[in-house]
Design a protein around this ligand. Structure first.
Ligand code: SAM
Length: 216
């Protein structure tokens, strides 16, 4: 991959504009990943939630497969930076609510959510901003609430000039650093598992975490 550094103000614009162009391409590409563990981890979360739980999904994309599965028994609010992704999600999952919004700039009352999910989305948030985001997520969760995420694990930070047909910004820490940052944000890790899956281009590792507010 060819990466170039990016100033943080550009990052969101690159991500939003990129997914507006490649939303359908991303959906088709991700459906070709045979061993994507998303369903396994969503099932792990679902087994721990009571029906009608309040879930906030960060970077929901087109709403499939995760939002759709979560919305079968729960009240789901999905946010995404890309207008096109939100449009697709509204069509695919009429039983959930969606908004075009930046996950780092949400106004969520403290201790109001049963779960927060983020599948392959925080890896598009500049990594310098990820600690503050984790702290906000911890504050939004009710006691015993759950945060399920597939975080980046590569340590990349910059723009891939052509990812599925558009420039795309990626930013992540290695798993050991993710874990430290999550703990520092007040989250206790119940699952802390780097998982390698096989994208059409080859193997790729993501850091799966399930966490709950520590001491609450
Ligand atoms: C790799 S896609 C994953 C989509 C979906 N979660 C899935 O599993 O298919 C990442 C998504 O995160 C969204 N995203 C990236 N940064 C965001 C931000 N700061 N706020 C909200 N959404 C964001 C992108 O627009 C994109 O739809």
């Amino acid at each position: 991959m060819r990466y170039r550094p990016v100033v943080v103000e550009d990052a969101r614009q690159i991500v939003a504009a990129g997914y507006d162009v490649i939303a359908q391409e991303y959906l088709d590409w991700s459906a070709r990943i045979q061993d994507d563990p998303r369903s396994r981890f969503v099932d792990l979360l679902l087994a721990r939630l009571s029906p009608g739980s309040e879930i906030l999904e960060l970077g929901c994309g087109a709403g499939v497969p995760c939002t759709a599965k979560l919305a079968q028994r729960h009240r789901v609010f999905g946010v995404d930076l890309s207008a096109k992704q939100v449009e697709l999600a509204r069509l695919a999952v009429p039983g959930a609510r969606f908004a075009q919004a930046d996950m780092t700039d949400l106004d969520v009352p403290p201790a109001s959510l049963d779960a927060v999910t983020a599948f392959y989305s925080i890896l598009h948030v500049p990594r310098a901003e990820q600690p503050a985001l984790y702290a906000r997520i911890a504050s939004w969760l009710r006691p015993g609430g759950l945060f399920l995420a597939a975080l980046g694990a590569s340590g990349n930070n910059g723009v891939d000039a052509d990812w599925l047909g558009a420039p795309m910004f990626f930013s992540s820490h290695p798993p050991a650093r993710n874990s430290v940052l999550l703990r520092q944000a007040g989250l206790r890790l119940l699952v802390d598992e780097p998982v390698t899956m096989h994208e059409p281009e080859g193997p790729a590792t993501f850091h799966w975490v399930l966490a709950t507010p520590a001491g609450r």
